[in-house]
Design a binder for this molecule. Structure first.
Ligand SMILES: C[S@@+](CC[C@H](N)C(=O)[O-])C[C@H]1O[C@@H](n2cnc3c(N)ncnc32)[C@H](O)[C@@H]1O
Length: 229
């Protein structure tokens, strides 16, 4: 199944058990991302999470670095509804959209974790996040899903077979250039997650134990993108 005419899908994973397991599985990686971000005091910040799924990243970020307001957006209707149900009294909102037109110049910091490789038009995405940031605002975009990842030939087949979104074949240079064209100052680093990776046998994503560590430590890349004007 692909996105319907309104651009929405029910969930990202076709299997709801896997959808529910994704947040807990990503939590150690999100913690590492938060540690890498030099902006430590977010007390007065408005924060965007693009491709938020069930909303766990913003809940974790708020627990570690409290912020004024956070918006998560995603095209997966049931996942966004779950994010809304789980937000409690936190200063969060979750929207079933991928467009950010209603939020021009609003955000101090934006994040996306493993989403940009699913966005069909990367130039439009880069322009839209740039416009949603205030001048000087920063977008942290993480992906290990690029053509330079030695596992990508497997993943580009496996992901569309098990999820409701198509993948896009793009290199790190394609991302860097798209963000630069949009008007960001572009910097990047290895994501370099060095925590323990749970091993539960060979899988379609990780045929070997070494593949798992390779992805988290080497293939995964963090872009730091600053809105210049
Ligand atoms: C691999 S999941 C990552 C979810 C979350 N960021 C995390 O770290 O667990 C990719 C997410 O991107 C969402 N997504 C895919 N294409 C999108 C688009 N064009 N706009 C917004 N969200 C999108 C999917 O629905 C899914 O929730």
């Amino acid at each position: 199944m692909a996105a319907d005419d309104t651009g929405t899908i029910p969930t990202w994973h076709r299997d709801s058990t896997r959808e529910n397991a994704m947040g807990p599985a990503h939590a150690p990686v999100w913690r590492h991302l938060i540690d890498l971000v030099p902006e430590r005091d977010l007390t007065h910040a408005e924060v965007l999470d693009f491709g938020c799924n069930q909303g766990g990243f913003l809940r974790l970020l708020h627990a570690i670095r409290p912020f004024r307001f956070g918006l998560g957006v995603d095209i997966a209707a049931e996942s966004v509804a779950r994010a809304e149900a789980l937000k409690g009294d936190l200063p969060l909102a979750y929207d079933l959209v991928s467009g950010l037109d209603a939020h021009a110049g609003r955000f101090d910091v934006a994040f996306s974790h493993e989403v940009v490789y699913l966005v069909p038009d990367i130039d439009a995405h880069a322009r839209s996040v740039l416009a949603a940031l205030r001048p000087g605002g920063v977008y942290y975009a993480v992906t290990g899903c690029h053509t330079g990842n030695r596992l990508w030939p497997l993943w580009r087949e496996h992901i569309p077979a098990t999820t409701n979104v198509r993948t896009q074949d793009r290199s790190l240079d394609d991302y860097a250039e798209a963000f630069r064209r949009a008007g960001f100052s572009v910097a990047m680093r290895r994501f370099g997650f060095d925590g323990f990776s749970p091993y539960d046998g060979p899988s379609p994503y990780y045929p070997t134990a070494a593949d798992r560590m390779y992805y988290y430590a080497e293939a995964k890349t963090l872009f730091r993108l600053v809105r210049r004007d």
